[in-house]
Design a protein around this ligand. Sequence first.
Ligand SMILES: *Cc1c(COP(=O)(O)O)cnc(C)c1O
Length: 435
Amino acid sequence: MTDRNQELFDRAKQFIPGGVNSPVRAFRAVGGTPRFVQRAQGAYFWDANGQRYIDYIGSWGPMILGHGHPAVLEAVQQAARDGFSFGAPTEREVELAEEIIRLVPSIEMVRLVSSGTEAGMSAIRLARGATGRKKIIKFEGCYHGHADALLVKAGSGLATFGNPTSAGVPPEVVQHTLVLEYNNLQQLEAAFAEHGADIACLMIEPIAGNMNFVRASVPFIRRCRELCSQHGALLAFDEVMTGFRVALGGAQSLYAQAIPGFEPDITVLGKVIGGGMPLAAFGAKRAVMEQLAPLGAVYQAGTLSGNPVATACGLATLREIQKPGFFEALSQRTQSLIQGLTQAAQEAGVALCGDSQGGMFGFFLMEELPQNYASVMRTDAQRFNRFFHGMLARGIYFAPALYEAGFVSAAHSEDDIAATVAAAREVLAELRRTS
Ligand SMILES: *Cc1c(COP(=O)(O)O)cnc(C)c1O
């Protein structure tokens, strides 16, 4: 049988760099041929060979309802009939803004954009404009999109200004970006002690999903909040992945349960708010947001911002996830996946641990949950790749890289979870035999 995935990949590679429009899709980390998706429904997608997979990526987070949810589809079709894009304001943008502000109380005003990258980049410009300061703090292993100032890794030594992680980013462009270790209180203290008066914002993924799945500890977030407040820096929560995914109010609602009165100053949203359409947002208190053009001096704009089809998709998605019991059921399903995988690994005698929150999860082929990027990267990549391909061959599609989180949707059934765990039992037994 001809492999249509391989044929398409060969064709794609002639005209698209690496054959893909976003690097992780190319399977470079795990090897093999990327699956070209033909269509998707509910918890499944079908590749170019007609092979079905249980989808644990869900477009890297947006598809929280599963693919082709009828109410969302209806809203999108209706909106498309009324026009694709106007470059003039629409009622749905107001509705979506109101909905976001109602669900995320730390946000008083919001601006819609088209991607998480754009939202993160704009949030940083806004923080710098609002504070009149230059420096920003980010953490190793957190991803906030591919804006120049954020493509940076820690230099040698503690709490240093970073080095670019991409060609084409001059060192001067990242000279104001301070890169710290996630969950490292000492480095955090040292950074504020030395640079506090110059820091515009600290940006963090409160539950990091771009180094698999790593939670910021409550004491760490508490100290981030205190130090930002003391030094007049803005605390920016990048909830592009966690927003409307780990809980209806995002990760900030979970930290607020542990830290009374807790709020970030700026929130960056994406993924679920578009329900699979290009839509993202950033929001903050009124005084900060009023610094944006046309009211203030911080410029930000977009031809397709607040796109009418995307806002219809996002609004329909947000309405569904507010139904009673939605997050309880989703959390429970996700937990049963992690429990099932952990148990299967125990039976097979393979080290595996995992964690989840709402519909987001991660697992590691190691004994203990890592707390930062360096420990995530101690995972045996070869072993992970064998696990990944074993699962893929059995019709289970996990993220094709060990440093990515996974996602369960409301469309995943008990049977889907059971089939996944059964496949994992076989693959883990094989890993054990051949290790
Ligand atoms: C996906 C992601 C982004 C970037 O969003 P894009 O829409 O891919 O540009 C930013 N921050 C976090 C935390 C993300 O997970």
